[in-house]
Ligand binder design. Sequence first.
Ligand code: HBI
Ligand code: FE
Length: 294
Amino acid sequence: MEAAEATKHGLAAGDTVAPERPDWTIDQGWKNYTPAEHAVWKTLFERQTRLLPGRACDEFVEGMKNLPIGAEQIPDFLELSEVLMQRTGWQVVAVPGLVPDEVFFEHLANRRFPAGNFIRKPHELDYLEEPDVFHDVFGHVPMLMNPAIADYIQAYGEGGLRAKKLGVLDKLARVYWYTVEFGLIQQKDGLRIYGAGIASSRTESVFSLEDPSPNRIGFDLERVMRTNYRIDDFQESYFVIDSLAQLLELATIDFAPLYARIAGKPDYQPGDVLPADRVVVRGTGRYHDAKRAP
Ligand code: HBI
Ligand code: FE
């Protein structure tokens, strides 16, 4: 293994490395994955593939079916990009982990999805400090096969660059969090997962849909912009869209007046249920209450 590649593969979460390229992309280094790393992928792939039928939305399942993603090996980003490019004009590019906001948005605005090239260790299958190749590829890439999501995430990249300049990125990031990462969708046959953070998590793919604890609340843009989220645990509330077209509609709205309107208004806490909410399921709150109890 080449020395530079070895460093990138062994990158620990939180390490900062000066990027070699200004856009922070690196070679995926596919040939450098070890059998043990492919085996971690296989474990994760197989357990999510067992869990997701009847839980992931139809578009996720459809996207997965048409991609070169399987149990046996970590996917090759070039092969993924070839298929994605034909479908929705997206590519997958390799990055060493979290990249600065502007770099992330610039990629999305240009229909490049930055995916971590590393994979979590066997002893941390359910634990992630930074998005790895399983979260990024298994969770995000199937949805990028859908034209509505493809356009929505590009718009998020463009909106992110504007929001950063306006100093309101925290508001926009909540929209991404509660849609692209932790979104639920109402399908004719029930509530389903479309968020990548849920779809790539063994425990949350069950918790988000079946546990009595969390709230499931109809998605409302301004409401979500004002709602804090949890990064360290399951969500206390999930927001439900009725169709992916609803997200595409968001991509056409000018957020600037909205940012102005909510400026100075208080934030909502993750577990809040408001009188104006369209409540799909009122959660018991038990899961997080138990953790808060002295
Ligand atoms: N970098 N690789 C990577 N993946 C992300 O999801 C990501 C990032 N940098 C910034 C970021 N996300 C978020 O903080 C923004 O969506 C706000
Ligand atoms: Fe993600």
